[in-house]
Every structure is written in structure tokens, then in C-alpha cells.
Write a protein that binds this ligand. Structure first.
Ligand code: ZN
Length: 140
């Protein structure tokens, strides 16, 4: 299988069987909404964030396959990371989506979105969950 197919499969697996997707608030979690009007993607992320460390991240919402797969992936990649580590991952993921240089070891499964560099219109779909985490961390 070529890399592109493997990447597509990672995205579709996360879309079809999302990780850490919930349907209601959990006590002790903060919420942050993210909206991408150009596609109709809407997410709410739920954070358990203590002492500068993200203990747990969950999401709810609806959107296209890229948006939902990206949300599922991000919920698996940030647990027990510090604010600085997370902001660094977000920066690297943004670079990946734009075809700029990024550190492969930092982005983990999110490497699956590297093909999107050819489709800048989908940037907001793939980045929505990450943007929402960044918005939350800037306030907390
Ligand atoms: Zn979308």
C-alpha cells in the first residue's frame, strides 16, 4: 500500500470509529467551541486541564470526515502534555498542513493529513480541533 492510501485509511478509521467522542458534558471539564462556517463543521472540545497539564480531552460535534477524524486524532495525542508541548504540536501540525517543515516525531498519527497540503481549502477542516485547543489554552 502506498503512503497516501495508508493515510486515507487512518483518516477514515478515525471518522468511522471516533475516539473520545461524547454526547454530553462531563463534570469537571471545561468546554471550548470551534466553528468552521465555510464547511459547516462544529465542534465542542472538553478539557480536563490542571496545573498546566492536559489530563484528558474529549470532543463532540459534527462535521466532514476530515474535521471529525482530526478531532478524534487530537484527543489521543495530547494527554499528559504541558501547555508548551501542546502549542508546539499545534504549530508543527499547522506547518504540516501548509506543506512547511515539521517534526515527524511530534505530529504522530496526524501525519495522515500531510496530503492536505495540496488542498489548502481543507486547512480549516483539519485544523479546527487544533485551533480550538489553542484558543482554549490561550485563555487558561
Ligand atoms: Zn470540513
Amino acid at each position: 500500500m502506498d503512503t497516501e492510501r495508508i493515510h486515507r485509511q487512518i483518516i477514515m478509521t478515525h471518522y468511522n470509529t471516533p475516539q473520545n467522542k461524547i454526547n454530553e458534558k462531563i463534570a469537571g471539564y471545561d468546554q471550548q467551541k470551534g466553528i468552521n462556517p465555510s464547511c459547516g463543521d462544529e465542534l465542542t472540545l472538553h478539557f480536563k486541564y490542571e496545573n498546566n497539564i492536559l489530563k484528558d480531552l474529549k470532543f463532540e460535534g459534527e462535521g466532514c470526515s476530515i474535521c471529525c477524524a482530526s478531532a478524534s486524532i487530537i484527543t489521543q495525542e495530547l494527554n499528559n502534555n504541558t501547555k508548551d508541548e501542546i502549542l508546539n504540536k499545534i504549530k508543527n501540525f499547522s506547518n504540516l498542513l501548509q506543506g512547511k517543515e515539521f517534526e515527524e516525531s511530534i505530529v504522530e498519527d496526524a501525519i495522515a493529513f500531510s496530503g492536505l497540503a495540496k488542498f489548502p481549502a481543507r486547512y480549516k477542516c483539519a485544523f479546527l480541533a487544533w485551533q480550538t485547543v489553542e484558543d482554549y489554552l490561550k485563555k487558561n
